[in-house]
Design a protein around this ligand. Structure first.
Ligand SMILES: [Zn+2]
Ligand SMILES: [Zn+2]
Length: 342
C-alpha cells in the first residue's frame, strides 16, 4: 500500500517535506482487529506536534493520522462488532487497557496505557489501516466521508472541551483560536445553549470574519478585551499568549479550558505577564483537556447528525499530505483539511 510515513522528527519551518511517500506491505488484522480501506483522513495540528517532537511517537517510522473514515475490508477471527463493507470511523483513541480505575470509571482518556491512533499505532495517512474492533464507530449516513473525517478529532475533542467548561445556557462563552475545532464548537454551542453568546479571539482577520459569519456576536484579536466578561473560554491555540489574555477576560469563578496536547515554547516568556489579581484571583480556574473517550466520539457524532454540523473541508490527495501540513502550520485555514485517499 501507499503511505505517507514519518521517519524522523524534524522542524516544519526548516523541512517542508517531513513525511515520505512509501510503498509498504498491507497491514494484517490481529484476532480482535478490523482491516479498513481508508477513504479520508483529517489533518490535525497534533500531527505537527508529533513531527516536531512535542508529543513524539514512541517508535519510528510511523504512519500519522487519527481522523479516519473508511470501509471494513477484513475481520480478525474474533471480531463480531463489524461486517465487511461497513463504513467506520477511527478517532484519536486507538486502545486503552479497560481495567484500570480510570477505564472502569469511564475516564478511559486518562488511562496510563492510552494508545493514540497515528502516534502509538499506525494511522490513516495510508491506503489501509487496522484498529481494535471496539475502537471503530459507525458514521451517521448524513455525512460524506470527507465531512465526517474532521468530526472525529476536532469535533469530538471540541465536544469534550465544551462539556468541561461546565457552561450553562445563557452564560457567555469565549473561544481563543478559531481553527477546525473552534468552528465546530461554535455550531454546537448554538444548538445546546441557544441563549449563550459566543465571543471569538483570533489573530487572523479572515478567521475573525469567518467566526462572525458563523454566529459569533463579537470577534477580536487575541489580546483585545472582550466587550463583556466571559463565564468560560476554550483555548485551542498552540501558544501561551492566548492563555494569559483569556484569563483576563474571564468572569469571577470563570473557567479556562485548554484544548491543546502540548504548548510550544516560542512565546513562553509571555507567562511572566501573569498578574495574580488580574488573571487568577476571584476563583478563576484552568483545566486542560486530555484525549477523548469513545463516548465523546459517539456522543458528538449523534449531536453533529442532529444539528446537523457539516464542516467546511479542503481536500488534498494522500501525496499532498506535506503541503496540507505546511499550510496548517502557516495558518492558511478555513475549515478543516482532509486527505482523500484512493
Ligand atoms: Zn486531532
Ligand atoms: Zn486503563
Amino acid at each position: 500500500m501507499k503511505a505517507m510515513v514519518l521517519n524522523k522528527l524534524t522542524s516544519i519551518r526548516e523541512n517542508q517535506r517531513p513525511l515520505d511517500l512509501t510503498e509498504l506491505p498491507d497491514p494484517v488484522p490481529g484476532e480482535k482487529d478490523i482491516l479498513i480501506k481508508v477513504s479520508t483522513c483529517g489533518v490535525c495540528h497534533t500531527e505537527l506536534d508529533e513531527i516536531e517532537g512535542r508529543t513524539p511517537p514512541p517508535r519510528l517510522p510511523v504512519i500519522l493520522g487519527h481522523q479516519v473514515v473508511g470501509t471494513v475490508l477484513e475481520l480478525g477471527s474474533q471480531v463480531s462488532a463489524h461486517q465487511p463493507g461497513d463504513r467506520v470511523g477511527v478517532a484519536w483513541i486507538y486502545w486503552t487497557c479497560g481495567k484500570c480505575k480510570f477505564c472502569l470509571a469511564g475516564n478511559e482518556n486518562l488511562c496510563s496505557d492510552f494508545k493514540a491512533t497515528g502516534r502509538d499505532a499506525d494511522g490513516g495517512y495510508a491506503q489501509y489501516m487496522t484498529v481494535p474492533q471496539d475502537f471503530a464507530y459507525t458514521i451517521p449516513d448524513v455525512f460524506s466521508d470527507s465531512k465526517a473525517a474532521p468530526l472525529l478529532c476536532a469535533g469530538a475533542i471540541g465536544y469534550r472541551s465544551l462539556k468541561l467548561t461546565g457552561l450553562q445556557d445563557g452564560q457567555r462563552l469565549g473561544l481563543t483560536g478559531f481553527g477546525a475545532s473552534g468552528h465546530l464548537v461554535l455550531k454546537m454551542t448554538g444548538h445546546r445553549y441557544p441563549n449563550s453568546q459566543v465571543f471569538v479571539f483570533a489573530r487572523n482577520p479572515k478567521q475573525r470574519a469567518f467566526a462572525t459569519e458563523l454566529g459569533a456576536v463579537w470577534a477580536g484579536d487575541t489580546e483585545e478585551e472582550s466587550p463583556e466578561k466571559l463565564d468560560a473560554i476554550i483555548d485551542t491555540t498552540p501558544v501561551w499568549k492566548p492563555v494569559v489574555e483569556a484569563l483576563r477576560n474571564l468572569e469571577p469563578g470563570g473557567r479556562l479550558v485548554i484544548n491543546a496536547i502540548r504548548k510550544e515554547d516560542v512565546d513562553k516568556d509571555y507567562l511572566l505577564r501573569l498578574d495574580y489579581p488580574t488573571h487568577l484571583w476571584m476563583e478563576k480556574e484552568i483545566k486542560s483537556v486530555a484525549n477523548v473517550t469513545r463516548s465523546d466520539v459517539t456522543g458528538f457524532l449523534e449531536l453533529a447528525a442532529d444539528i446537523p454540523i457539516k464542516p467546511e473541508v479542503q481536500e488534498f490527495a494522500l501525496e499532498e499530505a506535506n503541503k496540507a501540513l505546511v499550510e496548517l502550520r502557516t495558518s492558511k485555514i478555513r475549515g478543516a483539511k482532509v486527505l482523500k485517499i484512493d
